[in-house]
Design a protein around this ligand. Structure first.
Ligand code: DON
Length: 310
C-alpha cells in the first residue's frame, strides 16, 4: 500500500474514533488507570521498510500493562527456552485474564503465559534466572533495547506500588501456584517483578518500534538490541493470536485477523508479519478488558489494507 494512503487512512480512522460516542470503560481496580483521559487516542504504524506513521496521541506515554507479557515471554524463551512449558501451557483459556477457577482445577499450571497466572510464572522464571537484584533492571533494559529513543520508557513506580497494594487477585493467583509448587521465589518478590513489568510506560511510537522483531522474524534494527530467534518469534506470535486478548481472543482473530496483545491501559500491539508493527491506544475497555476503540481502529485498518493474515 502506498505510504500516503496509510498516513491518510490512519488520520481518517483517528478522526472517526475521536467522535465515537461509545468509548468503553476505564479500569477502576488499578487506581491511576481510572484517572486517564478517556478521549486519548493514538495510532502508530511501523512498516517493514522502516517508515513510521503516527496520528493522534501517538507520542504520549501510557501504561502498557499486559502488553509487557510479550517481552517477558520473549525473554524467558530466549534465556530458559523449552523448559518453561512444563510450568505454563500454550492453550487459550476461554476465561477472564485474572480468573482463578481454572488454575485451581488444573493444579496450578496456567493455560498460557498471557493470562495473569501464566505471566506470574514467567516473572518467577525471570527472577530465578536474573536474580532478585537484577531481574527488574534486565527486563527494562530488554524493552529499552527494542526502541530507538528510550526516553519515557520507564517503570511508573507509583502505579506499580498502588497495584501492589491493591492487587489481591494476583496475590491469590501467586499463592495458589506456590501451593502447587509452581512458584519458586517469595510471593512479594514475584508480585513486585510482575507489577513493575506491567507498569512500564511507552508511547504508541515506541510500542510499534518494539514490535519490529516480531514483524521481522527476530531481526531488530537498533544498535543495542540482540536479535531474537525465529523460533521464539513464531511461538510468541502464535500465542498472541490464540491468547493475546484472553476470552476475547476468538473475536479479535475474526475481526482483526492479526496476532495482537492488549493491555488494560488501553494499548494494543498488533503484528502483520513481514509487513507492519501497529500500536493503538484508547483507554476505554470492552467487557473482556481490551481497548474498545483500539480494536475498532485495528478492524478498520486491516479491512482497508487487507492485512489480515487469513
Ligand atoms: O495484573 C493485572 O491485572 C494488570 N497489571 C494487567 C492486566 C491487563 O493488562 C489485562 N489486559 N487487558
Amino acid at each position: 500500500m502506498p505510504q500516503s494512503d496509510i498516513a491518510m487512512l490512519i488520520e481518517t480512522i483517528a478522526l472517526d474514533m475521536r467522535s465515537a460516542p461509545e468509548r468503553g470503560v476505564l479500569p477502576t481496580y488499578i487506581p491511576p488507570l481510572a484517572d486517564v483521559d478517556p478521549d486519548k487516542f493514538g495510532i502508530a504504524v511501523l512498516e517493514a521498510n522502516g517508515r513510521m506513521h503516527l496520528t493522534g496521541d501517538a507520542n504520549e506515554p501510557f501504561s502498557i500493562q499486559s502488553i509487557s507479557k510479550v517481552y517477558a515471554l520473549t525473554m524467558a524463551l530466549e534465556t530458559i527456552g523449552a523448559p518453561i512449558w512444563s510450568r505454563v501451557r500454550q492453550e487459550p483459556s476461554g476465561n477472564p485474564f485474572n480468573s482463578i477457577m481454572q488454575l485451581e482445577s488444573e493444579r496450578g499450571i496456567p493455560r498460557n503465559p498471557f493470562i495473569n497466572a501464566g505471566a506470574l510464572v514467567i516473572s518467577d522464571i525471570l527472577l530465578s534466572h536474573f536474580g532478585a537484584a537484577d531481574a527488574r533492571r534486565a527486563f527494562l533494559a530488554f524493552v529499552r533495547s527494542l526502541v530507538a529513543k528510550t526516553s519515557g520508557v520507564r517503570y511508573d513506580e507509583s502505579l506499580a506500588r498502588q497495584e501492589y497494594e491493591t492487587g489481591f487477585r494476583n496475590a491469590a493467583l501467586a499463592n495458589d501456584m506456590r501451593n502447587f509448587g509452581n512458584i519458586q521465589n517469595l510471593i512479594p518478590s514475584v508480585l513486585r517483578q510482575y507489577f513493575h513489568q506491567c507498569a512500564i510506560t511507552m508511547t504508541c511510537r515506541q510500542l510499534a518500534e518494539s514490535g519490529r522483531f516480531l514483524m521481522m522474524g527476530g531481526r531488530v534494527a537498533t544498535e543495542t538490541a540482540q536479535s531474537v530467534s525465529a523460533r521464539t518469534t513464531q511461538t510468541v506470535l502464535a500465542l498472541m493470536m490464540l491468547c493475546g486478548h484472553y476470552d476475547g481472543s476468538g473475536s479479535f482473530a475474526v475481526q482483526v485477523g492479526l496476532p495482537g496483545k492488549s493491555g488494560v491501559g488501553g494499548g494494543i500491539l498488533a503484528i502483520v508479519p513481514g509487513i507492519a508493527s501497529i500500536a493503538v491506544w484508547s483507554p476505554g475497555l470492552n467487557a473482556q478488558g481490551n481497548s474498545l476503540l483500539g480494536t475498532a481502529a485495528l478492524t478498520r485498518l486491516v479491512h482497508a489494507t487487507g492485512w489480515s493474515v487469513f
